[in-house]
Design a protein around this ligand. Structure first.
Ligand code: ADP
Ligand code: ZN
Ligand code: ZN
Length: 673
């Protein structure tokens, strides 16, 4: 007997001999096995299927050990893995790596047994009793709840479009409760940085031990514990998790909630599978015949478009809970202020004045600057030389606290040179403003004001992230400065002012989604101002004060923004009017890559005609010493997607068969963001 086994490497499966001692009737599908690979590697894999078709002309290796008595991957999961591999065009091995915690290595199992014993001891000692502490819904929430249930009668997916603080979370809680009551499982998805202690505790109060939390920053053992529990006869009925929790074993999923559905971080960019957790969750729910509720204050165009067309249900909440006013957004024209030399660093006089008033009243402030580090780069004063990463095609970012220059793509770090290697000059200018520089400027502008900074440098770990939130919530600092991390899942009740230091860098990104994204991000940031008793004030600094998009943001006019932008999308054939697949080629040799990319594009054009664009060099055209080319395929919505995928994969094999293409790396990004 033979077994096809998925291994944690980028292939679908490999065939092995099942040891004679196991030639029983027992089906090994879904069980973990240990196998030899290559000359001296050992892998743990998952049996995809067993069969009796001896492969021809290959030397068979035998399974070393079978680790499970019963499957750890169920049929629902297999179907889902197959769908991910097919849709996102990647091998099953990559899907398995994303789907299983720490590849479920045997050594983790020992640790698991230990922690399960501890958990059991803990829960045995806890008092039994129902927690149930949810709030009563107000009339607007009740109506929304009714509409959601109504729409679920004939639609599988519903969009809950509610302004920030309208009480969406409270509605989720009531809905979850209904599904749990009838014995269904619920998956509640949140973007990575929004899954904070604040939200976990709020749900824990209501659902107690019935809820499992699945976070990528948990250890392998903690994640494995949740995973194993879901395969048991007593699984958590509610899982609160980040994108990878769509891969957990579910038994009778009834409802999926995707909160902040517009969030870009639902998309896994690197490594494969480059899946979008919201879209994959829609498929997961479909496979279970479950319902999906997508919640957000600023829907993604894709979802809003289909909700308007009637494919999805649509429910709105236009008022904040208790009719709290939305913050006022005031635009400050920095072009004008700069011309008059009134700017003090990144701060306009108006922002300084508003901040000073808030500080005098002992109120707190959040400042948003979407770039970490001190400056974007440094430049030689005399000759203009700029230090760049030796491995990537980008400039190095200055981090002043550590006196280092760092590559934000590969992590390469070096010291600031004493002298310019080109002209020996010893003075450098720093260009651009990062969060670190903002913090330094504050200390000069507002004497005695205390600050906290939240970005990838200060909030590397979950622990650091939570500490910053807790410190700010306890008013241990007056001002919180941060990248878009400060926009997610936070609920502070003493913040009266939000400052957006520079809206232009986001707006000017060369990306067809940049306006949609800026609208979403800035609305989120603005929503942090004036929760609870004081209406907030948002100061938005920009050089394009008169533009339509800035007006739409200040007026919170999502619909107008949507209509304007959709006209452009239609005109230039972008999603949601068309589908996109990016095809990436990577190689160490730039010349050879150029040649192969052109070869590939010619062959693609022979099939797809002018639906093919490129090859282009992406904005960062070399990462970790590999050069990159990008091809783009734009398809009509009714294109036969299975055939398109098949054609691409066939072409890939032809290209890889060219002798010079030996170490060429080809991969796909389907529905790229
Ligand atoms: P959203 O998810 O739309 O941002 P939340 O559900 O977090 O809004 O609600 C905002 C605030 O209002 C929270 O502090 C929440 O506890 C409170 N709130 C919302 N609905 C109710 C309710 N029905 N009863 C009591 N408090 C509520
Ligand atoms: Zn120089
Ligand atoms: Zn680099």
């Amino acid at each position: 007997m033979f077994a096809d086994i998925i291994l944690p490497i980028p292939f679908d499966s490999f065939t092995y001999l099942v040891p004679p001692t196991h030639q029983t009737a027992r089906d090994l599908r879904g069980c973990r096995v240990v196998v030899p690979f290559g000359k001296n590697k050992i892998y743990t894999g998952i049996v995809l299927r067993t069969h009796t078709n001896a492969p021809q002309g290959v030397e068979m290796k035998e399974i070393i050990e079978i680790l499970d008595d019963s499957p750890v991957v169920n049929e629902h999961q297999f179907a889902f893995w197959q769908w991910i591999a097919h849709y996102y065009m990647c091998p099953l091995g990559d899907v398995m790596k994303a789907a299983l915690p720490g590849a479920m290595k045997p050594k983790d199992l020992e640790a698991l047994r230990e922690s399960t014993r501890k958990r059991k001891a803990r829960s045995d000692s806890m008092l039994l009793g129902e927690p149930t502490i949810s709030h009563f819904l107000n009339p607007a929430q009740q109506q929304a709840m009714g509409e959601i249930e109504q729409s679920f009668r004939d639609k599988n997916v519903t969009l809950l479009h509610g302004v920030t603080s309208s009480g969406k979370t409270e509605i989720y809680i009531h809905l979850i409760d209904k599904y749990l009551t009838v014995g269904k499982q619920v998956l509640y998805l949140l973007p990575e940085i929004a899954l904070t202690t604040q939200i976990t505790e709020r749900l824990r109060l209501v659902f107690g031990d019935n809820m499992g939390v699945y976070h990528s920053k948990f250890t392998d053992v903690q994640r494995l514990e949740v995973y194993k529990r879901q395969t048991s006869s007593m699984p958590y009925q509610l899982v609160l998790g980040v994108r990878s929790s769509i891969f957990l074993p579910f038994q009778n999923l009834g409802l999926v909630i995707v909160d902040e559905e517009h969030e870009q971080s639902y998309k896994q960019q690197e490594p494969a599978p480059r899946y979008h957790a919201r879209n994959a969750a829609l498929m997961l729910a479909h496979m279970f015949g479950a319902k999906t509720l997508l919640g957000t204050a600023t829907p993604s165009f894709e979802i809003y478009h289909w909700a308007r067309k009637g494919r999805y249900g649509y429910v709105q909440l236009t008022q904040r809970y208790r009719n709290m006013q939305l913050p006022t957004i005031e635009v400050v024209d920095t072009k004008e202020a700069k011309r008059k030399r009134l700017m003090r660093g990144a701060f306009s006089p108006r922002l300084i004045e508003v901040m000073q008033t808030a500080l005098d009243r002992k109120e707190q402030i959040i400042l948003f600057q979407n770039r970490r580090g001190f400056s974007s780069f440094i430049e030689c004063r005399q000759c203009g030389w700029v230090p760049r990463c030796p491995h990537c095609d980008v400039t190095l970012t200055l981090h002043k606290k550590t006196s280092t220059l760092t590559c934000h793509y590969c992590g390469y770090t070096t010291h600031i040179p004493e002298r310019c290697p080109a002209c020996e000059e010893s003075k450098f200018t720093d260009v651009g403003v990062g969060t670190e520089k903002v913090e330094e400027q504050i200390q000069k502008l507002f004497e005695g004001a205390t600050t906290l900074r939240m970005d990838l440098d200060t909030a590397k770990t979950r622990h650091q992230h939570e500490n910053i939130i807790a410190d700010f919530a306890a008013h241990r600092a007056d001002i919180l400065i941060g990248t878009q991390m400060v926009t997610k899942g936070l609920d502070f009740d003493n913040v009266s002012v939000v400052g957006i230091l520079d809206a232009d860098t986001m707006l000017n990104l060369p990306d067809f989604r940049s306006y949609e994204r800026t609208f979403q991000t800035l609305s989120q940031v603005a929503g942090r101002a004036g929760r609870n008793n004081t209406p907030g004030l948002v100061i938005l600094q920009t050089r394009s004060a008169d533009s339509d998009i800035i007006r739409q943001i200040t007026q919170g006019d999502y619909r107008q923004m949507f209509y304007t932008q959709m006209q452009e999308r239609q005109l230039f054939h972008y999603p949601p009017f068309q589908r996109l697949i990016y095809i990436y080629l990577r190689h160490r040799d730039d010349h050879l890559l150029d040649h192969l990319a052109h070869e590939m594009s010619q062959r693609l054009r022979a099939i797809f005609g002018d639906r093919v664009l490129g090859p282009d060099r992406p904005p960062v055209a070399r990462i970790q010493s590999l050069y990159i080319r990008k091809l783009m395929l734009k398809m009509e919505l009714n294109a036969p997607t299975d055939q398109v995928r098949q054609a691409l994969l066939t072409l890939q094999q032809q290209i890889l068969a060219i002798p010079a293409a030996k170490s060429l790396n080809i991969y796909y990004d389907v529905d790229p963001l």
